[in-house]
Ligand binder design. Structure first.
Ligand SMILES: [Zn+2]
Length: 341
C-alpha cells in the first residue's frame, strides 16, 4: 500500500508505468513486421519509424479511449486485485467518487475480462470435478435485487497431498450431459490426471479421454453410513465460497449473462490466495490489461440469451475526476475563516 501510494501519485506516473509494462525495451510498432521502433511525439504519442503510424500507450489495450483518469483506473485495479473479496461496483463508485454507477461497473467488468489468460495451464494431479447451480435468486433475499435464474456451473479443484486444495476452475455449463461435462474436463484438466466425480452417468467415458477416473457413488457412501455430501469436499468448499462471495460482496445482484465473468474474478483471486505479495497480484492484472484487446462497452452489456424485453443500454455520462492532488501542506493546521484560533 505504501509503495502503491508513493509510485502512482499522478496520472502521468500511471501512464509511464503502462508504457514500461507494454514496451519494456522501448516503443515497438504493433503493425510492422519485423518489429520497428520509433520516437515519442510532443503530445505523448509515439510514431513508428517504419510505417509512420501514430499511436498511444493505451491504444489497443483495455484502456483504449478511456475517459477515466489513470489514477482512478489504478486505484480500482488496486482494490480489485488486493482486496480479499474484491469490490462491488457500488462500493467502487462511492470509494473513488466516480460519478456514475455504469462507469464503475464497466471498469470492474473490463478488469474481469483480462484475468482469464488464454492458453493457461490445465489442472494436474488429482482433481475433483462436479457441477452445481450458482447465482440467481436465493431464497431469503428481499427487495428483488437478485435477478435471473441459477446457472449450472462446472467446478474443478486440485487436491493436494497430504491435505489442502490447489487451483480451481469454474465455468457455466449448457447442461449436465456427457458432451458438456467431457468438454469441461478436457478444457480444464490435463490428460493423465486422476479425476474424482460422483456417480452421475455424464462422467462415464472419462477413461477413454485419457483420465484416471475415480467415480464415487453416493449410494455406496450412504450404504457405508457416510455423508454423501462429503464425497467431493473440495468442490463443495469452493462452490460455497463462491456463492458466499456473490451474496456478500455483490449481494446476489449477478445475472446469468455476467456470471461467467464474476466466476473468472473469483477463480483468479482464489488461485492467488497464498500469494505473499499483494502488489504482485496488482502488477499481474495491469500486465494482462495492457496485453488485452480493447473491450467495448457494448460488448460488456451484450447478453447471450434473448430477453423478452431488450435491455436499454445505460448511458455513459461524465468523466470521473482524477485522484491526482498537489501536496496539501497540512490543511487542517490552517485556521478556519472566522475561527477563534
Ligand atoms: Zn509501424
Amino acid at each position: 500500500m505504501g509503495e502503491f501510494q508513493a509510485w502512482f501519485r499522478t496520472d502521468a506516473d500511471c501512464l509511464d508505468y503502462l508504457e514500461w509494462l507494454r514496451w519494456p525495451a522501448g516503443f515497438v510498432c504493433a503493425s510492422c513486421d519485423p518489429q520497428t521502433g520509433g520516437w515519442r511525439l510532443g503530445d505523448g504519442r509515439f510514431m513508428c519509424s517504419g510505417c509512420g503510424d501514430r499511436t498511444s500507450v493505451t491504444a489497443g489495450t483495455i484502456f483504449d479511449g478511456t475517459r477515466t483518469p489513470l489514477t482512478v483506473w489504478f486505484a480500482a485495479c488496486w482494490l480489485f486485485a488486493t482486496g480479499k473479496d474484491g469490490i462491488s461496483a457500488l462500493s467502487l463508485k462511492r470509494t473513488l467518487e466516480i460519478g456514475s454507477y455504469q462507469t464503475a461497473w464497466a471498469i470492474l467488468h473490463r478488469l474481469r475480462s483480462v484475468v482469464v489468460r488464454p492458453g493457461r495451464d490445465r489442472l494436474t494431479g488429482t482433481v475433483e470435478v462436479d457441477e452445481t447451480f450458482i447465482g440467481g435468486k436465493e431464497s431469503g433475499l428481499s427487495g428483488g435485487r437478485a435477478k435471473g435464474k441459477k446457472v449450472l456451473t462446472g467446478i474443478a479443484v486440485e487436491i493436494l497431498e497430504p491435505k489442502g486444495f490447489g487451483r480451481c476452475r469454474m465455468l457455466p455449463l449448457a447442461d449436465a450431459s456427457a458432451p458438456s461435462l467431457h468438454a469441461f474436463v478436457t478444457d480444464h484438466v490435463e490428460p493423465g490426471a486422476t479425476v474424482i466425480t460422483d456417480g452421475w452417468q455424464g462422467y462415464s467415458g472419462l477413461e477413454d479421454l485419457g483420465y484416471d477416473h475415480d467415480k464415487r457413488s453416493q449410494r455406496a457412501a450412504r450404504a457405508r453410513g457416510e455423508d454423501p455430501g462429503e464425497l467431493l469436499p473440495a468442490v463443495h468448499r469452493v462452490a460455497s465460497l463462491a456463492k458466499r462471495w456473490l451474496l456478500g460482496t455483490h449481494q446476489g445482484a449477478v445475472d446469468g449473462e455476467h456470471l461467467a465473468s464474476y466466476l473468472n474474478e473469483f477463480v483468479f483471486r482464489f488461485n492467488r490466495r497464498h500469494s505473499r505479495s499483494r502488489g504482485m497480484v496488482f502488477y499481474r492484472v495491469l500486465e494482462l490489461a495492457v496485453a488485452h484487446d480493447p473491450v467495448r462497452y457494448e460488448d460488456l452489456i451484450a447478453c447471450r440469451r434473448p430477453r423478452v424485453v431488450p435491455p436499454v443500454p445505460p448511458p455513459l455520462r461524465g468523466h470521473p475526476p482524477s485522484l491526482e492532488r498537489a501536496p496539501a501542506m497540512r490543511p487542517w493546521r490552517v485556521a478556519a475563516p472566522g475561527g477563534s484560533s
